[in-house]
Design a protein around this ligand. Structure first.
Ligand code: NCD
Length: 312
């Protein structure tokens, strides 16, 4: 059953395991249909509006491509800042106005919970494409899709998170999804970039086995999946604090000799120096497949929230 029809996608907290697996299955099916048919017409006549108040490459392009591949069309404001927000319009007013022009809206904004605020006046489904340090739900759905595609399962895996666990919204969203599964989570970071206590508490309450460490060399030996993140420079108010933490971890081929042969390395991208490019051509690098999977997940999300998904 399609439980997504008409709903906003604002955070990952609300998904149950059944809906998550349903979404992965639809994404897999649309991936195969797209390969065999080139494009589909499930969203013919539908319009997506994209509103980005922060930079984006993958999220925006994969949403726009997903809409076009499904036969729909896209309207956009080039940079959120070139819209009437710049003149002082509130998010709530903008939401009323944009809803009247389209069938669904994808929005990214630097303020935590701003997309939720925007959605309160929207008369069409709104998708959060990243609200500050809070969440980035569709990234996490494509991360989950990639983990299942690469490891053929989710339950039983040992998954590590590395980098900026304090500010990384993709980490925050993915954690809320993974707590629905039987996984062991290891958090590896500089002491200043640790996962906020509320997440640790929530995971423990949900019975998830967790470890926290600064020692990547030791931790990497146990892992099936390593989710690497960039230190989120734009979230630092003091540049010297950023400089203290930015170079702590580097994944290279030498380090990978310590890891399981089939370790799956993921990264939401963009990558800075945290993964050496020599890793890209090896068997562990899955981050470019991961970026590609964004297209299939977003095709599934758009067709489901618009109630237009149909089996072939
Ligand atoms: C991420 C984001 O915007 O949070 N990028 C993305 O959407 N793939 C990660 C990041 O910017 O570091």
């Amino acid at each position: 059953m399609n439980r997504f029809n008409g709903y906003h996608i604002l955070s990952t907290d609300s998904f149950d395991k059944k809906s998550l697996l349903f979404l992965l299955d639809i994404s897999q099916e649309l991936k195969e249909r797209l390969k065999s048919e080139g494009s589909l017409s499930l969203l013919k006549g539908k319009i997506l509006a994209t509103l980005f108040f922060e930079p984006s490459t993958r999220t925006r392009l994969s949403f726009e491509t997903a809409m076009i591949r499904l036969g729909g069309q896209v309207i956009t404001v080039e940079q959120g800042d070139s819209s009437s927000i710049k003149k002082g319009e509130s998010l709530e007013d903008m939401s009323r106005v944009v809803s009247a022009y389209c069938d669904t809206i994808v929005m990214r904004h630097p303020e935590p919970y701003s997309v939720r605020k925007f959605s309160t006046n929207a008369s069409v489904p709104v998708i959060n494409a990243g609200d500050g340090t809070n969440q980035h739900p569709t990234q996490s759905l494509l991360d989950l899709f990639t983990i299942r595609s690469e490891k053929t399962k989710i339950d039983g895996l040992s998954i590590g998170f590395l980098g900026d666990l304090k500010n990384g919204r993709t980490v925050h969203s993915l954690i809320h999804i993974l707590k629905k599964f039987d996984v062991t989570l290891t958090f590896i970071s500089h002491n200043n970039l640790k996962l906020p206590e509320t997440y640790i508490k929530n995971l423990t309450e949900n019975g998830i086995k967790i470890k926290e460490t600064e020692n990547l060399e030791e931790a990497i030996k146990e892992l099936d999946v390593l989710y690497v993140t960039r230190v989120q420079k734009e979230r630092f108010t003091d540049e010297s604090e950023y400089l203290k933490v930015k170079d702590k971890y580097h994944i290279n081929n030498k380090l990978l000799t310590q890891a399981k042969k089939d370790l799956c390395i993921l990264h939401p991208l963009p990558r800075l120096d945290e993964i050496s490019t020599e890793v890209d051509t090896g068997p562990n690098a899955k981050y470019f497949n991961q970026a590609q999977n964004g297209l299939y997940i977003r095709m599934a999300i758009l067709s489901l929230i618009l109630g237009k998904y149909k089996k072939n």
